[in-house]
Design a protein. Structure first.
Ligand code: NAG
Ligand code: NAG
Ligand code: NAG
Length: 805
């Protein structure tokens, strides 16, 4: 066939199309890059994007950057939290289609590979997407699926995934904030080290949809001037539910980019060519509220508050605290005075004073707090005396007392309806001087254990003596009188039922006066729970110890319902549950009477004095005790009981150090509608399952989650949230444990302790299964018991919250 002009024209057209539009020259297998020299990156066709080694500060990282003239914007980094590599590193696309980073130190690190098919080449596409592809250029792996802090035009963020900010503008490792595309359709900005509840969120698209069957994704369009949108993936026409951008914007060859910056703000940019053909960058949108960076939660860390001066945000420590790290004021503050000894829940008021600050915006009300019905003037005083109170303010005729740490605190420049005067507890003695006085006074005081045992001996001698006297006088008195005493005590026994003398099944109804007398006018407070204060008391002329709980927060409810509820709780009997003996419901007063647990709470045992910490076998036994109690509540009662507030404070130890669950059944009483969500959440932060924040019903699996958190606390004798950690990785125990577990470095967590490694790993694995974000992945309490007993094997758990890493 002769070549006609038309044919030539056609061939030319194909040639141009191929050259300019269709593909970038694929990168063949066995290609490689090194940090220095001409082969340090692979370019996209347009030359705007490059993949290869970049030089952050000390060493090199592998990533993708966008070029505007000579300006580089890093849009992706491989293994961003790994340390930088040296100039002798080499990046190889191996014969088997793996992209692998080779260094002098250790094994080569695989950056990209596919098990979906045979990789035959790689490409840096003009969209900024780096891909591995097969022979027919079908994409098998793409960097767009593993976003770091940036999305580019054409990229999707599926529900359940997130962008995580970088540490700083020059350090691309994971920072302190994240943008989550949630399964419920809401796009939310959170501090990364937080429980990701409504309190933690500092911006949201407010596109929460009910029902779990639909899927949503965030999409950055590369053509539309309103490019950032949330799409209903379940609708056939990809219905757009929300969008942001700038409809007046018109640019040539625009590349859209959305980045969550190290300051926590999401910003949308357009990179385009201006009339002179020069590259230019313009910000199209960011959440307007966040123009004031003080509105970014956790912009200032724990125990600090944010103020704006000359449009610049500053972090300031709360009274009585100093910066944790003086060189980085964003990391929060810690107390700079030592706390006086806490006796029976009461603080030594002379060691402290209350420092008022006006116009304060209260931050996270979900942190532990209690409230009291007292006069405004008494509020600071009440906090002063309360060991657990770190700050107090008055709202709606109630004194709200909060524990430290505090967060998300702000200060208004003028009076507003949402600001308060907050009183902060500040110590008189600085850390150092108090320590000194402590060591001087210490030798004078005998160790406390000896005092108690001496006391006990005295008491025993007294009792024995009085018995001898009683016996002698009894013998001396006529037999008739002895008979009378016998009858009297028998009658009293009948009156009181079999309470305390044998295992009974009936609950006793007490009068308020009776309990007032039994507790000597509520004199000895032994604890404070989320539902009320607990007092020590005695019955039967001091023979039977009881714990009386006075409920201070409850939903107004008839006596009849209360009694029905009490009877239901009274029917639950298990050796790992604290027994309810009776109750009192008079007027608005609601009191519960429990058996007395002489060894206090688990909290005291595992977080208290390190010399009395249980050993490994003990920890496993305690964990098993609690698991069995929960198993009973969940599966062996007539109707399953969801505890809703499993935490170490609610686990009590009896005289044989048997762990028993307390406060069960109260959740139902105090929050009848357990399916309520978001702000009505009860329970305790840190132990709360993620579904409390979603529109999904609460099931027994919520308890399994709290149990898992507590199990890790028991294993490592460390609280789940410790604020003053210089390494932010360690603040949230569960995250840290998973990281160490994944890196096979669990021994880092038990520095200096004798450990049975297989037992440790087993308990950690069970804990990690329990705290999976997805309730259906969590085991039942039955499986937990079997796994802890060693009856069933424990599989290797996946990352508990894939959303957060
Ligand atoms: C490069 O960055 C500098 C400083 O941020 C800016 O002034 C300049 O306009 C940028 N150049 C281009 C081509 O975007
Ligand atoms: C998403 O699409 C599905 C299927 O068309 C529809 O039933 C659902 O209501 C949509 N969701 C929203 C929030 O519009
Ligand atoms: C604690 O820090 C505050 C604020 O930084 C300071 O005013 C106070 O004197 C310090 N207190 C002690 C006891 O060091």
């Amino acid at each position: 066939m002769a070549t006609t002009p038309l044919n030539i024209y056609f061939l030319l057209l194909v040639y141009f199309l191929c050259e300019t539009v269709v593909f970038a020259e694929p990168i063949p297998l066995r290609s490689s890059l090194s940090p220095l020299g001409p082969n340090s990156s692979w370019s996209s066709n347009s030359g705007r994007f490059k993949f290869g080694f970049y030089n952050p500060s000390d060493g090199f990282k592998v990533g993708i950057w966008l070029l505007d003239g000579t300006n580089k914007t890093i849009v992706w980094t491989a293994n961003r939290d790994d340390p930088p590599v040296f100039s002798n590193a080499k990046l190889v696309l191996t014969e088997r289609g793996q992209l692998s980073l080779r260094t002098d130190q250790g094994q080569p690190k695989v950056i990209a590979h596919s098990n979906k098919g045979n990789v035959s080449s790689a490409s840096m596409l003009d969209s900024g997407n780096f891909v591995l592809q097969n022979e027919s250029l079908h994409i098998l792996w793409q960097s767009f699926d593993y976003p770091t802090d940036t999305m580019l035009g054409g990229q999707k963020l599926h529900s359940g995934s997130q962008l995580v900010s970088s540490s700083s503008d020059t350090n691309q490792s994971s920072g302190r904030f994240q943008l989550s595309m949630q399964a419920d359709g809401n796009l939310v900005l959170y501090p990364r080290y937080s429980g990701r509840t409504a309190y933690d969120a500092y911006w949201a698209s407010d596109t929460t949809y009910h029902g779990t069957s639909f899927k949503y994704y965030l999409f950055l369009n590369n053509t539309d001037p309103q490019p950032l949108c949330i799409v209903n993936a379940s609708s056939s026409n990809s219905e757009i539910l929300w969008w942001r951008g700038d409809s007046s914007f018109k640019g040539n060859k625009t590349i859209y980019r959305a980045t969550i910056h190290s300051d926590g703000v999401l910003r949308l940019y357009a990179h385009f060519d201006n009339a002179d053909g020069k590259h230019q960058v313009m910000k199209l949108w960011s959440p307007p509220d966040l123009d004031n960076l003080c509105n970014v939660n956790s912009f200032c860390g724990f125990n600090s508050y944010c103020t704006v001066n000359d449009n610049q945000p500053y972090c300031n420590c709360l009274p009585g605290t100093d910066f944790t790290d003086p060189s980085d004021h964003n990391l929060g503050c810690k107390r700079n005075f030592s706390e006086a000894e806490c006796k029976g829940g009461k603080d030594n008021a002379t060691s402290y004073f209350m420092y008022p600050m006006e116009h304060m915006r209260v931050g996270d009300l979900d942190l532990p707090y209690t409230e009291e019905d007292i006069l405004e003037g008494e509020c600071p005083f009440s906090c002063l005396q309360d060991c657990f109170c770190g700050a107090a303010f008055y709202e709606n005729n109630r004194c709200k007392k909060q524990e430290l740490p505090l967060r998300y605190i702000g200060r208004e420049t003028q009076v507003s309806s949402s600001s308060y005067t907050i009183y902060f507890k500040v110590g008189n003695q600085s850390l150092r001087s108090n320590n000194a006085s402590f060591s001087i006074s210490e030798p004078d005081q005998p160790p406390p254990i000896k005092t108690t045992s001496k006391k006990a001996i005295k008491v025993i001698i007294l009792i024995v003596l009085s018995f001898v006297i009683l016996l002698c006088s009894a013998v001396a008195i006529s037999s008739r009188f002895i008979y009378k005493i016998g009858v009297l005590s028998y009658k009293r026994l009948l009156e009181t039922g079999d309470l305390g003398l044998s295992e009974g099944t009936t609950l006793r109804v007490f009068s308020y006066n009776e309990l007032k007398k039994a507790t000597h006018g509520f004199k000895q407070e032994v604890g404070k729970g989320s539902f009320g204060s607990v007092y020590r008391g005695t019955l039967h002329k001091g023979r039977k110890l009881i714990a009386v709980k006075r409920l201070h927060r409850f939903i107004e409810e008839g006596e009849r319902e209360f009694q029905a509820e009490m009877r239901a709780i009274g029917k639950t009997h298990h050796k790992n549950l604290v027994r309810l003996l009776g109750y009192c419901a008079e007027g608005s007063k609601r009191l519960l009477v429990y058996e007395y647990m002489s060894n206090g709470s688990l909290e005291k045992l595992i977080f208290g004095d390190s010399t009395v910490r249980p050993d490994w076998d003990e920890r496993r036994r305690i964990a098993l005790d609690i698991a069995r109690g929960l198993l009973y509540l969940h599966e062996q009662c007539k109707a399953p009981i969801i505890h809703c507030d499993i935490k170490p404070q609610n686990i009590l130890m009896d005289e044989f150090f048997r762990a028993k669950i307390s406060d069960f059944g109260l959740a139902k009483l105090l929050m009848p509608d357990q399916t309520r969500t978001f702000t009505q959440v009860r329970g305790t932060r840190g132990y709360l399952a993620p579904e409390w924040n979603k529109n999904t019903p609460i099931t027994v699996k919520a308890d399994v989650y709290s149990y898992g958190i507590m199990l890790l606390e028991i294993v490592f004798c460390r609280k789940s949230l410790v604020v003053n950690m210089l390494n932010p990785e360690q603040i949230v125990l569960s995250n840290w444990v998973y990281k160490c577990f994944a890196r096979r470095e669990l021994n880092k967590l038990v520095a200096g302790e004798e450990v049975d490694n297989s037992l440790l790993e087993n308990m950690v694995k069970v804990g990690l299964w329990c705290i999976q974000d997805e309730p259906f992945l969590r085991p039942s309490m039955k499986s937990v018991v079997l796994m802890l007993e060693g009856v069933t094997e424990v599989a290797v758990p996946p990352c508990p919250s894939p959303d957060s890493t």
